[in-house]
Write a protein that binds this ligand. Sequence first.
Ligand SMILES: Nc1nc2c(ncn2[C@@H]2O[C@H](COP(=O)(O)OP(=O)(O)O)[C@@H](O)[C@H]2O)c(=O)[nH]1
Ligand SMILES: [Mg+2]
Length: 192
Amino acid sequence: MFSLLAGLWRYLTSKTQVNVLILGLDDAGKTTLLEQMKGIFKKVPGIPPAKIPPTIGLNVAKMDIGGVSVTFWDVGGQVRLRALWERYYADAHALICVMDSADAARFEEAQLAFHAVREQAELHALPLLLLANKQDVAGACSGGDIAAQFDAHKVMGVPFRVHAVSALSGEGVNEGISWLIAKAREKTQGMT
Ligand SMILES: Nc1nc2c(ncn2[C@@H]2O[C@H](COP(=O)(O)OP(=O)(O)O)[C@@H](O)[C@H]2O)c(=O)[nH]1
Ligand SMILES: [Mg+2]
């Protein structure tokens, strides 16, 4: 009887666990986003932006968002590290693609990487958030323009949103991430 009740208690109090993979080219702002999220959702200051080194390998951060226990994986973006991304595909429940909206010279490269990720079989069904980052930079491309450039209308069959943010100032981050986690939660609970 006790073990039954203990099991029920564990079931009722256990949190949904969600793994979120953060992808994007090097310099897009992935690690800055991760550190910003620590400040927003954990209420602990992340590493100051000026002190964030280029990511070699992987940064992991765990935090509670809207009652969901979320683990973020920020995988290094350099070309030679992109092979590592695949190792995390199988365990991911949601995806964030970060892109630099102010670096028009790399839009094409960013777009190719985005669609390459979309074509991975393991990732096909995952809720997806494309973050048009660096909106604080003068001349940055708007979220709407990024969506058009990235042929966002071709992303079908999964919850998908393009969200304009500044990882540096935190503008838009809470809204975008909260939307993604809600979608990932529905998915892991079989509600979609
Ligand atoms: N102005 C501005 N700079 C940003 C923003 N996000 C990241 N950066 C800068 O872009 C550079 C690369 O950021 P980082 O987070 O290391 O990119 P990562 O390689 O994708 O992890 C750093 O100099 C950051 O300070 C942003 O929203 N606005
Ligand atoms: Mg990084």
